[in-house]
Design a protein around this ligand. Structure first.
Ligand SMILES: *[C@@H]1O[C@H](CO)[C@@H](O)[C@H](O)[C@H]1NC(C)=O
Ligand SMILES: *[C@@H]1O[C@H](CO)[C@@H](O)[C@H](O)[C@H]1NC(C)=O
Ligand SMILES: *[C@@H]1O[C@H](CO)[C@@H](O)[C@H](O)[C@H]1NC(C)=O
Ligand SMILES: *[C@@H]1O[C@H](CO)[C@@H](O)[C@H](O)[C@H]1NC(C)=O
Length: 579
């Protein structure tokens, strides 16, 4: 449940009153979710049923079993069709020509160019799973033909089941990406075809990830919205009703065509989604609809039947990083821009620092918070040793002694130690400040600082070109060695994920003197609603226990990532601990 900040009292006033006001406003804007969530929970009484009827959810336990299962399901879906005809070598060539995606082959290599970061290796288990999954995807998509028609006529193919990754209105690129990858994990684990409505994809921003197939559906945007189209998607309450009123403990519900996993506005699947009994029942559903905004892989990981498989495929739990680098591949248009920035500004740097400065509430948020924010950023860089020291003595010497210009200096020929600071912000103020202190000044000999900021749009815009540039900047952030992020931003989350980096979060909590705090994981935290309770009325062993108490490697979020919430434990989101 969410906290309503208007009631909270800040004891000390380390920072300005302005800051507090802003924080309260931001927190209030999140309360819509909390109030809503509470109503929903009262309505369905999620934690209690008269007669618990637990079911075992049968899931492959390791990647080999999953691959065998995927192959089995694909065979069923082929239904005797000639494999070669589904995807002949000629079709393969043509598809790859029409879907050029340079990042697919270059992405891990580009990350390995970072001089101060040990990058993660590719994940062969995940890659094999994904390869087998692509076959299922293209078999089902090809056999369906016109997907809209298939869905509207309630058609069925043995072996083919589906997940639709929708997003709520007004989702930025970061929200979309986190929603898609979360849905993908679920789709692969349960051998379902992942489909993405046009409203979720950002055309021309990402490559099609599955060879020989397309994940895009519903160009007219008139059947994948589970909230608007109650006639096509069973409401969740109806589904729970069926699950709760079965005749016997072993019974599965009758096959159901299409079910939504949210009540209306939930930015994650409703809590009971993360339960074994409910998951066993979802195997009876052809189409499952997600309509979310945030990263919910930590909660999929918490489901007891899914955990062994995820632990086997992702032993270091850098799940998001592998998902992003294999499935959310930048299109050639974006990739070209990224490589240009890399070649011009990053390639020759010894140390790369990425800073994401994000203000909520537009320009007024900037006006109120930017002095504090910039002060924190600079203090953070200094205290963490990410900036060379300035040398005022050197500065005065240079200009006081004209004779020095005649002598060729030895130190001028030494290779420099170059730190490049890459900034993403809607404003130019931080750039100016760092430029003043570190570029238009003399540093200790042997050090040089470069500053790069690609855009400063002033206001947040939407659209395909905006998304392409946004992904370019997210990607450039992720290519740095050290990240300093503003909390509560999915833009920063995605950069951290691609890069596999444990970031520093700018510490905006009003009562703390620390300018920033190092996160504890490369996996992202930011989730709404932030509940970490199992709500599994049929599964007594976990019901109403904290996921973080039951599941190893699952932990509460770093406090600095939730600057605007009171610190009651149940109000902090959860994240996976990475090695
Ligand atoms: C499948 O189709 C290809 C091309 O049409 C053909 O060469 C091959 O013999 C077929 N295989 C089977 C098992 O029917
Ligand atoms: C697919 O089917 C829908 C619904 O029957 C129809 O409106 C649409 O025109 C079809 N699309 C194509 C490309 O045939
Ligand atoms: C969806 O929109 C398309 C184009 O506007 C239309 O042809 C089709 O009939 C619509 N389908 C439904 C079910 O409303
Ligand atoms: C360059 O500076 C960084 C940051 O201070 C430091 O970690 C690194 O060791 C230096 N490299 C060289 C070659 O001096």
């Amino acid at each position: 449940m969410h906290v309503i900040m208007a009631n909270s009292k800040f004891r000390t006033l380390h920072r300005s009153l302005m800051l507090q006001t802003t924080i309260t406003i931001i927190a209030l804007s999140f309360c819509v979710f909390s109030v809503f969530q509470r109503n929903v929970q009262q309505k369905v009484q999620p934690g209690y049923v008269i007669k618990p009827q637990p079911l075992i959810n049968d899931v492959p336990r390791n990647s080999d079993e999953l691959i065998a299962k995927l192959a089995d399901v694909t065979r069923k879906a082929e239904n005797g069709m000639n494999k070669t005809e589904i995807f002949s070598s000629k079709k393969r060539l043509l598809w790859n020509k029409e879907h050029s995606c340079n990042s697919r082959h270059e992405i891990y290599a580009l990350y390995s160019t970072r001089k101060s970061t040990h990058d993660i290796k590719t994940n062969p288990k995940w890659n094999s799973v994904l390869k087998e999954y692509s076959k299922l995807h293209r078999t089902c998509v090809q056999r369906m033909g016109n997907v809209t028609d298939f869905f509207l006529k309630r058609k069925h193919i043995d072996g083919c089941k589906f997940v639709v990754a929708g997003v709520s209105m007004g989702s930025g690129l970061g929200n979309k990406v986190l929603t898609i990858v979360s849905a993908l994990v679920y789709a692969v684990l349960t051998q379902r075809v992942l489909l993405v409505p046009l409203t979720t994809t950002a055309p021309g921003v990402f490559c099609e990830p599955f060879e020989g197939s397309s994940w895009m559906v519903d160009p007219e945007n008139n059947w994948t919205d589970c909230v608007r189209r109650r006639d096509l998607w069973d409401p969740l309450a109806t589904f729970y009703d069926k699950v709760d009123t079965r005749d016997s403990s072993e019974a599965l519900i009758k096959p159901t065509y299409a079910v939504s996993t949210v009540h209306t506005l939930d930015p994650q699947p409703e809590s009971r989604f993360f339960c074994d009994t409910e998951q066993a029942q979802y195997t009876q559903v052809d189409w499952i609809h997600f309509r979310n905004n945030f990263y919910f892989v930590p909660k999929i990981f918490a489901v007891p039947s899914f955990r062994p498989l995820l632990e086997d495929i992702f032993p270091n739990r850098k799940i998001l990083t592998h998902l992003l680098r294999t499935v959310m591949l930048p299109s050639d248009a974006v990739w070209g821009r990224v490589k240009q920035v890399h070649d011009a500004h990053f390639r020759h740097s010894n140390l790369l620092v990425g800073i994401q400065e994000r203000y909520f509430m537009g320009k007024s948020g900037f006006d109120q918070l930017h002095t504090t924010m910039e002060e924190n950023v600079v203090e953070c860089l200094k205290s963490e040793g990410l900036l060379p020291t300035t040398n005022p003595k050197l500065q005065s010497q240079v200009f006081s002694s004209p004779r020095d210009f005649d002598k060729p200096s030895v130190s001028a020929l030494k290779p420099l130690n170059v730190t490049t600071i890459f900034i993403t912000s809607l404003y130019q103020s931080l750039f100016e400040r760092l430029s003043q202190d570190y570029v238009r000044t003399a540093l200790n000999s042997g050090d040089a600082v470069g500053l790069v900021q690609l855009t400063h749009a002033g206001t947040q815009n939407f659209g395909d070109e905006v998304d392409r540039q946004a992904l370019t900047e997210i990607f450039c952030l992720s290519l740095t060695d050290h990240l300093v992020l503003t909390p509560l931003s999915t833009f920063g989350n995605v950069a951290q994920g691609y890069g596999g980096l444990v970031p520093w979060f700018i510490d905006l909590r009003p009562e703390t003197p620390t300018p920033c705090l190092l996160a504890e994981s490369a996996e992202v935290c930011y989730q709404l609603p932030s509940t970490r309770l199992f709500t599994c009325p049929h599964d007594a062993d976990v019901n109403e226990r904290f996921m973080t108490d039951v599941v190893p490697h699952l932990m509460d979020c770093n406090e600095a990532e939730k600057p605007f919430q009171r610190e009651t434990k149940s109000n902090i989101g959860i994240q996976l601990a990475t090695d």
